[in-house]
Design a protein around this ligand. Structure first.
Ligand code: ASP
Length: 336
């Protein structure tokens, strides 16, 4: 692990070498060269308590010598299929108009990525995102186009609104005074009922990273609203030279600071995973301190050597870790 002093020393040495004209061929990497570390792999981490079940599925892939990419997809599919999870996939809370719209993305060690936004009537949005990555020259498909693509590629169409989520939405309609301003739909923005997303990151035995993120988004959002989760660089970012990051919470705030990309770039500069997550959140706090106090945002990071870290705006963000014999739910530190 590079501590700050090592990092400064390494940077000073490399600038001195460059100044002395000792720099040889152009570097194949940008920025400071992180020293090789002992690889702690495989490892998988996921947001929230339901991440435990997702990790278990991903772990099965990783210990069977499967790839990080297969692992994160397998993990993300678990809450997507669970009607009891009302923030992801089947059973997700609908938008203001009663429609369940899903956002998801996936990214691998080679920087390949795929994404879908505002996808309706297909349970496994993460797998559609993977198909976008693998079968098209594009990164992102949205709305009807995403559905059309999914159906053409063998995904099944089904109703995603469960009786429970429909009843809660109808209850919400009785008191909702909708106006198109941010978070007006939420009685307490960022509370547990409005949010939750699975972001899952894995490092496989070969040292490859991958990540996935999938959600039904903010409950009772405006129809057509897309959050951070399907946006590469916001809800998820993977760079095999450095690490991977994912986010949960109020997506608009994560998009504003290109959150997951920021976390990865901070790790590239030598920040430890937890410090990188915290520093990214501090950008959002500096932007609007009063607003930042009222919302939840959480980042989760996995460095390329298997080191992990997380940080949240508020208390209450938990993440699940699976690595070797370690299997636990950890409460992230928080700013407020
Ligand atoms: N980040 C997701 C969104 O804004 C929701 C969440 O994680 O709670 O759509």
């Amino acid at each position: 692990m590079v501590d700050r002093r090592d990092f400064l020393r390494l940077s000073a040495l490399s600038s001195a070498a460059a100044l002395a004209g000792c720099a040889t061929a152009a570097a194949d990497k940008e920025g400071p060269s992180l020293p090789a570390r002992k690889l702690n792999a495989p490892v998988v981490i996921s947001t929230w308590d339901f991440g435990k079940a997702a990790n278990a599925s991903a772990w099965g892939v990783l210990v069977g010598s499967g790839s990080a990419l297969d692992a994160v997809e397998a993990g993300a599919r678990v809450p997507e299929a669970d009607p009891g999870n009302q923030s992801v996939g089947y059973g997700g809370r609908p938008d203001r108009d009663g429609r369940v719209t899903l956002d998801a993305c996936i990214m691998d060690a080679k920087g390949r990525c795929g994404s879908v936004a505002a996808l309706e009537q297909v349970m496994h949005a993460v797998s559609v995102a993977r198909a976008v990555m693998e079968k098209t020259p594009h990164v992102m498909l949205v709305g009807d186009g995403a559905l059309q693509f999914a159906l053409a590629n063998g995904f099944e169409k089904q109703e995603l609104l469960t009786e429970q989520s429909r009843m809660e939405w109808e209850e919400w309609l009785k008191t909702a005074h909708y106006a198109p301003v941010r978070n007006i739909e939420n009685s307490t923005p960022g509370n547990a009922k409005d949010h939750d997303t699975i972001g899952i990151l894995a490092l496989d035995a070969t040292g490859d990273l991958a990540g996935a993120c999938t959600t039904s988004g903010m409950a009772y959002k405006l129809h057509g609203r897309v959050g951070d989760s399907p946006i590469i660089g916001a809800g998820l970012f993977v760079d095999n030279e450095v690490g991977a990051a994912t986010s949960t919470g109020v997506g608009e705030e994560v998009v504003r600071i290109a959150g997951s990309h920021t976390v990865v770039e901070l790790m590239r500069q030598g920040f430890a995973p937890e410090e990188a997550c915290k520093a990214a959140l501090e950008r959002a706090v500096r932007r609007d301190p009063a607003y930042a106090k009222s919302i939840q945002v959480g980042f989760l990071a996995l460095r390329r050597d298997g080191a992990i870290g997380a940080y949240a705006m508020q208390e209450g963000f938990t993440y699940a870790v699976k690595s070797g014999s370690r299997e636990e739910l950890v409460a992230a530190k928080h700013i407020f």
